[in-house]
Write a protein that binds this ligand. Structure first.
Ligand SMILES: [Zn+2]
Length: 160
């Protein structure tokens, strides 16, 4: 696949230490364009829409912010939002986003029992932007990966 220069530039900034310490790719061996293509297929298979999911994540972030660091119950979910410390640029160079961390988990699961990425979604304003604007859910093993299956399991009822 021939990459657009803008994409090639962005992908170079996803490695550890470029924009964030861990980078955006986790331990995923696939190139970013493949991660994006396969997650687009996953979204289609699950009947998810990028805009709708991004809106739902923004609504959960806003709900979490009302807890001022304490977990907030949102239906069957617990949402917790940490402080925003500084800003992060999008690897595509089209904006700056708060460096925050929002976690969403089922209300019945104790935090200690949660496995990040399996039971709990963790995302930032940049994650929401990457999902909405670039259809990029990040690589497997990235702490901020938005796994489509997990999005469906946790948010499915809010999306349709
Ligand atoms: Zn962007």
């Amino acid at each position: 696949m021939k990459l657009k220069p803008a994409d090639r530039n962005a992908f170079e900034k996803m490695v550890p230490g470029a924009i964030t310490g861990p980078g955006f790719l986790g331990d995923d061996a696939r190139p970013p364009e493949e991660i994006i293509a396969e997650d687009e297929q996953e979204f289609a298979r699950l009947g998810l829409d990028f805009e709708t999911v991004a809106d739902a994540l923004e609504a959960l972030r806003a709900a979490g912010e009302r807890g001022l660091g304490e977990p907030v119950t949102e239906g069957r979910l617990l949402v917790q939002t940490g402080d925003a410390r500084g800003m992060l640029p999008c690897p595509w160079g089209d904006g700056l986003h708060h460096k925050n961390a929002v976690s969403v988990r089922p209300v019945e699961l104790a935090e200690a029992a949660c496995v990040e990425g399996e039971d709990m979604l963790v995302f930032s304003d940049l994650s929401i932007h990457l999902l909405r604007a670039h259809h990029f859910c990040q690589g497997r093993g990235s702490p901020f990966r938005l796994e489509p299956e997990l999005i469906e399991r946790l948010l499915g009822g809010r999306l349709r």
